[in-house]
Design a protein around this ligand. Structure first.
Ligand code: T4K
Length: 369
């Protein structure tokens, strides 16, 4: 094992705690298909997230894909290219057309002033991303969706545990999709969830995640298999006990980074949103080479030479992916392109030591001319 620092490191309970949690699985031999752990995690999460309903799934991507399918949409979906591949792929894999909206230069979330001009008679939904845990302009998105009769599905993969104006972040839009991947603030190894309000949405999601099976002899719909298994749910039950402490530790790292990097010419640190209780999911820094004296790539290389693995989340933009063969006009989202070319997310996880945070900042600042 080397002592490299990677962009993140999975949170894990003690081995003893996990073994204690999974012990009953050896008694029951019940490994998957909505067992006791699944039921317990679902109930715990509903409380913790402060939402009316939550459905557990195998991962955040299937949460997005099946939510779009459950909404029974056709046509165009307005979304952002400044995101992980999953967001755009979920749209395309549903036979829907992504229409890319530019991003706001402060929050990197969808620029709501650009949405209305992208609406056509084929638009059926808006799929914004609370990227890095930065909350979208929820009120304006609701207003536009209401005015044009559009569905709203939030990609909330980065926002587990956040609140906006005191309400759990899963309460907005028609549904919100969360990722519980190993790299996230809260993980179930692999996993995801959808928070929703409409019971019909819940019924449809359940069908889609379990082959459309309604009873031993009743298959009423064509569904996939996207059930969370008992070992993943058990990991979630353990991690949930510690998540507040984990978020507090992440916050301390973020504050340390800010002490070193705030106010440095040519560095733009992530926005702090007063009405959001943050989960400190990511620490993106946007480098202005002309002011700072070194480019994002030069800083990334310098960090790598010192065993520090920062990442370019989110470069390249999804609308430039090779799999789309130049189908989308990247010049239509100039702010997203500008940020994607300059952003670097620094390592961030609960157990990152203050000494390592200091060392990372020192390497970054040494690149400054
Ligand atoms: N929407 C958005 C906006 C998302 O960001 C994501 C996922 C999704 C939807 C889809 O959710 P999921 O279907 O994944 O639940 C990672 C994650 O795999 C992905 O979940 C995440 N977004 C994305 C932003 O990051 P990679 O390709 O960068 O992961 P990887 O394997 O390079 O890991 C990054 C670092 O994490 C490693 O350097 C070390 C650490 N790590 C990784 C793994 C796999 C661990 O500490 N433990 C681990 O088990 O995509």
């Amino acid at each position: 094992m080397d002592n490299k620092i990677l962009v993140t490191r999975s949170s894990m309970p003690s081995m003893e705690e996990y073994i204690e949690e999974i012990r009953s699985i050896w008694d029951s031999h019940w490994l998957t298909n909505m067992g006791e752990k699944h039921k317990a995690l679902q109930a715990e999460l509903q409380k913790y997230m402060g939402v009316p309903a939550v459905e557990l799934l195998t991962n955040g991507h299937m949460a997005l894909e099946l939510s779009l399918q459950a909404m029974n949409l056709q046509g165009e979906v307005i979304t952002t290219p400044f995101t992980f591949a999953s967001t755009t792929h979920a749209i395309v894999r549903n036979g829907l057309e992504p229409v890319f909206c530019d991003i706001d230069p402060e929050t990197y979330t969808m620029d709501v002033t650009q949405i209305e001009r992208l609406i056509t008679d084929r638009t059926c939904a808006i799929l914004p991303v609370h990227v890095y845990g930065n909350v979208c302009n929820i009120e304006e998105i609701e207003r536009i969706a209401h005015k044009y009769g559009l569905k709203v599905l939030y990609d909330a993969a980065h926002t587990f545990g956040e609140t906006y104006k005191g309400q759990g972040i899963g309460n907005f839009g028609d549904a919100s999709c969360f990722s519980f991947h190993a790299t996230k603030v809260f993980n179930t190894i692999e996993g995801g969830a959808v928070c929703y309000r409409d019971p019909d949405m819940g019924r449809r999601l359940y069908e889609l995640k379990n082959f459309g099976i309604h009873g031993p002899e009743a298959v009423d719909a064509v569904g996939a298999n996207a059930k969370m298994n008992e070992f993943c749910a058990a990991m979630g039950l353990c991690n949930l006990r510690h998540v507040d402490e984990e978020i507090a530790k992440r916050r301390a790292v973020v504050e340390r980074y800010r002490e070193h990097l705030e106010g440095v010419d040519g560095l733009r640190l992530n926005v702090q949103q007063p009405e959001v209780r943050s989960n400190y999911a990511y620490f993106p820094v946007v480098f202005d080479e002309n002011l700072f004296g070194a480019s994002r790539n030069e800083v990334m290389d310098a960090l790598a030479q010192n065993g520090v693995g920062a990442r370019k989340y989110f470069y390249p933009l999804t609308n430039t992916f090779e799999c789309f063969h130049g189908k989308y006009d990247v010049d239509a989202t100039p702010v997203a392109l500008h940020v994607a070319k300059r952003v670097l997310t620094l390592p961030l996880y609960a157990d990152l030591s203050m000494e390592d945070a200091d060392r990372i900042c020192k390497i970054v600042l040494e690149q400054k001319l």
